[in-house]
Design a protein around this ligand. Structure first.
Ligand SMILES: NC(=O)c1ccc[n+]([C@@H]2O[C@H](COP(=O)([O-])OP(=O)(O)OC[C@H]3O[C@@H](n4cnc5c(N)ncnc54)[C@H](O)[C@@H]3O)[C@@H](O)[C@H]2O)c1
Length: 456
């Protein structure tokens, strides 16, 4: 075990029982709710790809100081040296937490999916507020653990990076659903045009392997995942999404953006069962296209029979007729349709459509329903979280909600290992009742040498 790893475990254990923190100054005490004259000291994990946007957006908040930057790609150090001259640079987030943990209040995580939970949980273990990219975590178990921790520590302010959910048009969708415009919810259909050409899926594990470039700490990139050789352009950047060890496929990638408000409006809990229809999943990668069906128990916002959520990707889509919307309505791209007792509502991911005059709700005879769109104030998803750290807001995509929804996405993703079969979810034991092999995908094991308090 290298020294930084050893000290990380030691300090994480010490912090875990906060607020008593042996060896740390008063400043190291978690500040939780910041006072009006304070500034949020932010540590950024991952500064490339979406991490660059997250860094830019968060640093625009007038009360945020960027005090630490971390990326396994060392090229970021020079790139940000001028813009954030006071920020210390790290390759290894564990070292950053260990050495600088008493200097920051909050952490933003924008790594590939498989590292979201280890980093976010480690940050919460030492009392930091966390903004973590979507999907919240890689496995069902990780999602639950993050949600439970967040629920048990309400002073820690959390937000999943679904920045589109702040757009007025999307929030109007939720308000309309909550206003019972279509009645109690019966079915939710959602689809995405990914992965088609965005990243590879349905292929065996890439062969070959090269020495990684000197600027890339490949072993740290792999993190908790099993070791595999570095293959240029196969995984980093961006292409890891369709690989089981690192990503959550198209459902995990886009489902968070598309399903959040339908899920919230129906007040769904954990799925009862799941079925993935697909033909070309491999041991290493998600299938190129799939239909995933998740069934849920009834809530006070659904019909008594409960709700079925059907997800389509890779070019698959339901017909307009099946959705109960008129022929000719263009449903390409990324969207959901929520079917209620009184009618149906189309919820496009591009909210501009909602703000236009186009009817997006139809009654059971496919007649457009005239809508009174609620007037909503603009909201900035990033600032909403920062302001939450100052006690001014409650972020909507907090980990309690995000973990609950993303557990469903993890269950859906795991079902592609057992194609074309209905599987009963066992949420107590993180497995499938009728397929015990599901456990290895629903609660993935971390590589030897990696362990995080609060996660296996
Ligand atoms: N909210 C959105 O609209 C949106 C859009 C794109 C991506 N994302 C999410 O952002 C995350 C990153 O996706 P991406 O497309 O930017 O991936 P990417 O591969 O392009 O970039 C990932 C970045 O993280 C760095 N990194 C990898 N492992 C790291 C580690 N252990 N510690 C520190 N840095 C590490 C990489 O070097 C790189 O800079 C994903 O979870 C993805 O789902 C969200």
């Amino acid at each position: 075990m290298n020294p930084s790893r050893r000290t990380f475990i030691r300090s994480a254990a010490a912090f875990a029982a906060f607020p008593m923190l042996p060896g740390f100054s008063a400043r190291a005490l978690p500040r939780f709710q910041l006072g009006p004259n304070q500034r949020l000291q932010l540590a950024k994990v991952a500064v490339g790809g979406m991490g660059e946007s997250d860094l830019e957006e968060l640093s625009k908040h007038p009360n945020v100081d960027i005090v630490a930057l971390c990326d396994v790609d060392g090229r970021g150090k020079e790139k940000y040296a001028t813009k954030f001259p006071k920020a210390q640079w790290f390759n290894d987030w564990r070292e950053m937490f260990d050495k600088l943990g008493n200097k920051f209040d909050a952490v933003s995580v924008s790594t590939p999916d498989h590292m979201h939970a280890p980093i976010s949980m480690s940050a919460m273990n030492i009392g930091k507020h966390v903004y973590c990219q979507k999907p919240l975590a890689h496995s069902a178990y990780e999602n639950r653990m993050l949600a439970d921790f967040a629920k048990g520590h309400p002073k820690i302010v959390t937000q999943m990076g679904t920045q589109r959910s702040a757009m007025i048009g999307r929030r109007q969708q939720l308000e309309l659903l909550n206003d019972n415009v279509i009645g109690k919810i019966k079915f939710i259909h959602a689809w995405s045009d990914r992965p088609m050409g965005w990243w590879p899926q349905g292929k065996p594990m890439p062969t070959g392997g090269e020495t990684p470039p000197e600027w890339l700490a490949w072993d740290l990139w792999l993190g908790v995942a099993p070791t595999r050789p570095f293959v240029p352009h196969a995984y980093a950047p961006f292409m890891w999404r369709g690989t089981y060890d690192f990503g959550c496929g198209a459902l995990g990638d886009m489902g968070c953006h598309i399903l959040d408000y339908p899920f919230m409006a129906a007040k769904l809990g954990l799925p009862i069962s799941v079925r993935c229809d697909c033909t070309d999943a491999t041991e290493d990668e998600f299938p190129t296209k799939e239909t995933i069906t998740l069934k849920y128990a009834a809530t006070d916002r659904t019909v008594a029979e409960g709700v079925t959520v059907t997800w389509y990707d890779g070019g698959l889509r339901p017909t307009n007729d099946r959705l109960g919307i008129p022929d000719g309505v263009d449903i390409r791209g990324n969207a959901s349709v929520v079917i209620g007792e009184k009618g149906v509502m189309l919820c496009p991911l591009d909210p501009e459509q909602v703000l236009s005059d186009e009817p997006l709700v139809w009654d059971n005879k496919k007649t457009p329903v005239k809508l009174n769109l609620p007037k909503l104030e603009p909201r900035n998803h990033y600032f909403h979280w920062v302001d939450g750290c100052f006690g001014k807001t409650t972020p909507q995509a907090n980990f309690a909600f995000a973990g609950l929804m993303c557990e469903s996405l993890s269950v859906g993703a795991a079902a592609s290992h057992f194609a074309n079969r209905e599987l009963q979810y066992d949420p107590k034991n993180f497995t499938f009742v009728n397929e015990p092999l599901g456990a290895q995908y629903l609660k993935t094991k971390y590589r030897n040498g990696w362990s995080v308090k609060g996660l296996a």
